[in-house]
Design a protein around this ligand. Structure first.
Ligand SMILES: [Mg+2]
Length: 188
């Protein structure tokens, strides 16, 4: 089984850092829990280019982003012994060295926790499906409908404020932490 692990929203809590930078810059008081949409920035009165400038700044220096689940490295190591685990992220390839450094820092290491680090552009939102994986661990609600139509693929939707309105059924399962990721993969 080939498994694709997302970075932002699954391993790293990038939106926490995003809110800090945005608030400092624009004098707002947004918090992670208020980010209830994938394209949240539209409600914050900034266009996509402006919104992504902050993402790119964080991609360039990721060291301050909070790590989501301390159990992830051990569980990923166990899974990678049995399955073919890659990291598949929509961070653009220009920022590879920054994310590699951050993952290494948290003991998410190439050939131990994963085989390959694959970075893609964030558009279109379902670009990850062009890579053929059997199972995706991802927080992106835009993957749900396309994966529902692909019966030989599975999505473990990592619970986040921006995917709360998704109904998980058939080949879509909601997971809240890495222990649940591990448990669900073993059950399948
Ligand atoms: Mg993500």
């Amino acid at each position: 089984m080939k498994i694709a692990i997302d970075i932002d929203g699954v391993l790293l809590d990038i939106i926490v850092t995003y809110c800090e930078i945005f608030n400092k810059r624009y004098g707002t008081n947004h918090q992670k829990k208020d980010v209830t949409k994938w394209d949240f920035f539209k409600d914050w009165n900034v266009d996509e280019d402006t919104a992504f400038k902050i993402f790119y700044e964080i991609y360039a220096d990721s060291m301050n982003i909070p790590f989501i689940d301390e159990n992830a490295p051990e569980i990923m190591k166990k899974l990678n012994e049995v399955y073919d685990m890659d990291i598949l992220s929509a961070r653009i390839p220009e920022y590879r060295s920054s994310i590699k450094k951050k993952l290494d820092f948290h003991n998410i290491r190439e050939s131990i926790q994963y085989s390959e680090l694959i970075l893609l552009h964030h558009r279109p939102y379902d670009i990850k499906l062009k890579q053929s994986y059997d199972l995706y661990v991802d927080d992106n609600p835009s993957l749900v409908e396309p994966i529902k139509k692909l019966k030989n693929r599975t999505l473990l939707l990592f619970n986040q404020p921006w995917n709360q309105d998704i109904i998980c059924e058939n080949n879509i399962y909601r997971v809240h932490n890495w222990k649940e990721v591990h448990q669900k993969i073993n059950e399948l």
